[in-house]
Design a protein around this ligand. Sequence first.
Ligand code: ATP
Ligand code: MG
Length: 562
Amino acid sequence: MSGKSDKRDFIRDIIAEDLATGKHATTITRFPPEPNGYLHIGHAKAICLNFGLARENAATGAVCHLRFDDTNPTKEEQEYVDSIIADIKWLGFDWGEHLYFASNYFEFFYECAVHLIKEGLAYVDEQSGEEIRATRGTLTEGGQESPFRDRPAEESLALFAKMREGGVANGAAVLRARIDMASPNMNLRDPVIYRVLHESHHNTGDAWCIYPMYDYAHPLEDAHEHITHSLCTLEFENHRPLYDWVIRHCPVPAIPRQIEFARLSVNYTVMSKRKLLQLVEGGHVSGWDDPRLPTLSGLRRRGFPPEAIVAFCERVGLTKVKSVTDVALLEFEVRDFLNRTAPRRMAVLDPVKLVLTNFPDDRVEEVEALNNPEDKSAGTRKVPLGREIWIERDDFMVDPPKKYFRLAPGRAVRLRGGYIVQHTGHTTDPATGEVMEIHAEYLPGTIGQDAPEGVVCKAAIHWVSAAHAVDAEVRLYDRLFTEEDPEGCEGGLLACLNPDSLRVVTSAKLEPGLDTVDPGYRCQFERIGYFSADTVDHEPGRQPVFNRTIGLKDSWAKQKGR
Ligand code: ATP
Ligand code: MG
């Protein structure tokens, strides 16, 4: 990935101008995940943006911080911190020494709150949560002022100290900013900025029993770290006046600017952590890293290359307009990357035996196969060929329709990289009519050569030598939902789960060598799709477990008639 970029969008324009006018000498951005779930492809957009800006402006000393926004003790866990770190590294980004935890700023948040109280800009409210909600007003009507709003600062200071010391029960008091109960912007109607929560925190343990609210803490975190451009999604546009209010009235060392952009939404999937958690906890998927989920750990396990995810985020671009991105665009990037980089291997997923009746019983030939027919520089490999081979059941038809050019009675077909073989007979199960074994003769001298006079050969099929085949489990993944907008689905998102999103093939036959690859190994199974060795269940030397990353073509486009 290059350092300099020719990308242009409204955020890069703002930054370029700030650098040109000297408002800032460099840029400091941040990616601020809350460690309460796994990252998904939506987060990847924010990661690519923030870390990408640092990379593009590296010459000016630009950096991007990784900051865990861990101010809520109830939902956060170390497991999530670890997974987030692993996912960002996997995408190829680096925060250097700039790893921060918002929970390390609790003292600073507290001092700012004390300052606000002294300035008459915050007060301790002893109304119940219920009362505070009930007096907030509506979109069309202002709220009512709290009876505690005008209490003396000393009283609030003493109560706030008592809250900190543990002398106040959960919910018995909160600290509110004293702004404007009549504001048309509900966020400015004396928002709660601190609450009492007698809970242990994953980083600070039991040192605190009051915790700051997001809208108050986030601007202070940004200012504390001298963030220049605080980039967030559009839902926070209405919160910006509060963001700016906090910055204006607190003793902060720098003035960050919040800029909003449209979040990434992708069809045929769900992205909110709450919905993902519902799928995980309901057992509808195998875990946060289920290959059907849009989580980065799921996509990684599925075999999606990080380069393709970054390319996708760049292609989607940045706007202020809400939109839904077609998942086909992501799939396109995955295919595009794998087409260029993935070695080709042969695998038969639905095997039927083909016997080359004129091939000596004990002979094994090493056939030279191209690792990538579209890229000769990828070289070749030797694949063993014996008298008995596996081919795909649907590469033979007893009664073929027009335009079917593969194997059929009396017809010839080429084995990829090998001989042309000519059908001589087959046996069928008398009960079911299913083909049990196919017989053919190979035509000597046809490797790399055209068919001899009088033989018509219009197709090449993949195959695996029966004596050398590696038995494998192959997991055929497809989209998790059948509807474009699962959340808008009648009956809820569970009602439109795709019943065929996972099909497990337990009797696949792979070309030898695929049993010793490392977990995460990616290749194309010729004519079928891109596959990768499962990162959890595949172990070199044991029966392989492969995941279908994606088919060679967009099969959904056909169904939709596009
Ligand atoms: P979710 O809404 O999916 O539960 P979140 O926004 O609560 O996620 P955070 O951990 O707060 O998750 O997000 C970290 C950063 O990622 C934030 O700056 C947020 O704006 C950004 N982000 C989250 N979802 C998306 C998305 N779909 N597109 C772009 N950026 C996103
Ligand atoms: Mg959120």
